[in-house]
Ligand binder design. Structure first.
Ligand SMILES: Cc1cc2nc3c(=O)[nH]c(=O)nc-3n(C[C@H](O)[C@H](O)[C@H](O)COP(=O)(O)OP(=O)(O)OC[C@H]3O[C@@H](n4cnc5c(N)ncnc54)[C@H](O)[C@@H]3O)c2cc1C
Length: 272
């Protein structure tokens, strides 16, 4: 897609919905990149009784409401996992699978990822560990790769890798995995067994925000932000659970609104 959006919002929960509605009111073009609606923390909530203006309802009902509002706001919506955010001068490139989108600013509204990294995962990321079969699969044509993941996407990616000529070891279960190697990953350890591999594809629903944006600063378990919801990376704002406690809907929505207004101010100053 050649269009440069004013704002790319990563996430599709309360924080993202609030940001997108404000961006719409301010006449800004927005691209929303989000996993499916049932991946929001909210989906698991039995009943929400403390969100102003709405009667008690289940988390599922409220999550669907937020998602519908996003879809009806006029924003372009891409369902998928943002893999990385790369600063490129006055704009940002956001990779989603093998697609790439451009935005003048980015709002991170990705919630929290409770999933722990496997030992060796961060160390070998880009050196034999990959999150994207479409992006990196061709590098391992004719070689042996492992695919780890419990969702449909992991199965599809394993089939895709086999289709392009990889020998695929499939690990469609949770468990204790470890990636080992030298300069590059060359071994996957699972259940006490060592498997010699050329690459390990780890296909999770989310990518920890710690890995989305290079150089992003953290404090007390969340992305460090100021009162304008600005991060330490100019042009990148954050809102909702990903900025830390309290993990509450009203806080997420409030921060989404502030982040959107700050993104508008940032855009107004670009090029001045
Ligand atoms: C069991 C439970 C009960 C709760 N009860 C209440 C309550 O009663 N009242 C209350 O106020 N709060 C409650 N909460 C907390 C509330 O659900 C969260 O504070 C709120 O959902 C946070 O909104 P968010 O937009 O920051 O994140 P989320 O709603 O989690 O949305 C983030 C979205 O971004 C997606 N995402 C993440 N990474 C990426 C990526 N790389 N690319 C694309 N998409 C990505 C996620 O998959 C997810 O869909 C509860 C939470 C739980 C788990």
């Amino acid at each position: 897609m050649d269009q440069v959006f004013d704002v790319i919002v990563i996430g599709g929960g309360a924080a993202a919905a609030s940001a997108v509605l404000t961006l719409h009111n301010r006449g800004k073009s927005a691209l929303v990149v989000s996993n499916k609606v049932d991946t929001s923390s909210l989906w698991k909530a039995e009943k929400i009784t403390n969100y102003p203006g709405l009667p008690a309802m289940t988390g599922e009902e409220m999550a669907e409401l937020f998602r519908r509002q996003i879809e009806e706001s006029g924003a372009t919506v891409v369902t998928g996992r943002a893999l990385s955010v790369l600063p490129m001068g006055d704009s940002f490139g956001v990779a989603v699978g093998s697609d790439y989108y451009m935005g003048k600013t980015v709002i991170l509204a990705a919630g929290i990822t409770r999933e722990k990294l496997y030992p060796g995962e961060a160390e070998y990321l880009g050196r034999g560990v990959s999150y994207c079969a479409t992006c990196d699969g061709m590098l391992y044509r004719g070689k042996t790769v492992a695919v780890i993941g419990t969702g449909e996407e992991a199965k599809e990616d394993a089939d895709f890798l086999e289709g392009i000529g990889c020998t695929v070891l499939r690990f469609f279960q949770n468990g204790k995995f470890e990636v080992r190697g030298g300069m590059k990953a060359d071994t996957l350890v699972f259940a006490g067994e060592e498997h010699k591999v050329d690459a390990v594809f780890i296909i999770k629903d989310t990518v920890s925000v710690t890995k989305l944006v290079p150089g992003l600063e953290y404090e007390q378990g969340g992305i460090a932000v100021d009162r304008r919801m600005a991060t330490n990376v100019p042009g990148v704002f954050a809102a909702g659970d990903c900025t830390g406690k309290p993990f509450q809907l009203a806080k997420a929505a409030g921060e989404g609104n502030v982040a959107a207004l700050s993104a508008c101010d940032y855009i107004a100053k670009l090029g001045k």
